[in-house]
Design a protein around this ligand. Sequence first.
Ligand code: SAH
Ligand code: DHB
Ligand code: MG
Length: 221
Amino acid sequence: MGERLWADIDEYAASLLHPHDVVLDEVLARSEAAGLPGYNVSIGQGVMLQIMARMVKARSILEIGTLGGYSTIYLARALPEGGRLITLEADPDHARVARENVAQAGLDSVVHVMEGDAQRTLPLIHEQRMGPFDFIFIDANKNAYPTYLDWSLKLSGPGTVIIGDNVVRGGAVLNGDSGDENVKGVRRLLELMADEPRLTATVVQTVGSKGYDGFVLGLVD
Ligand code: SAH
Ligand code: DHB
Ligand code: MG
């Protein structure tokens, strides 16, 4: 049992449950052609995020870390009429590709790609009272996850779901002596979530086409 089997199961499940979506295929093709890294969630993970957003009937979604807008589109499709999604992206090239992808998906009136370092745009979102959000997906630079949790809590209300991606990191999260800023960031995030009385949280480990990793799921009281 190993990576190959995990990837095969992902492919089997995706071909069975998620028949080809031309729009999303093109989103990935455009992202790759533009030289973006393949850091997007898998198909199954995208659908999982979409299901979770629908389960809580999210009307407002915040995403931190857009890349080419792949997870963005899954989440935006979960929104009811009149819903909105704000996604934060520091890299201007990524933001440009994401805007094009979102437009091709017919979601440009729903999704706002906010360009700039999220550590600068999150305070603006707060100041301008653009929250609270029903659903928050944290998926940008892992060293800043603790800061992103702080802002997410400020932008939350009762029932807000906060999800963090890539918190298992092939098991590297276990290493408390790690010098890796990404590992330090996710470990600190989990500690802060544990200490936050408003949060009920759990880690869901994942295997598949994206290797061995995991999500932290949090629910705000
Ligand atoms: N959510 C996407 C993947 C995001 S990859 C998907 O699943 O499809 C992480 C993204 O975070 C990259 O595009 C990177 O440029 C962006 N990023 C990194 N540091 C950032 C920062 N400080 N502020 C905003 N975005 C950042
Ligand atoms: C990587 C994967 C991710 O899902 C992400 O958000 C950032 C980086 C990676 O594989 O390095
Ligand atoms: Mg990720």
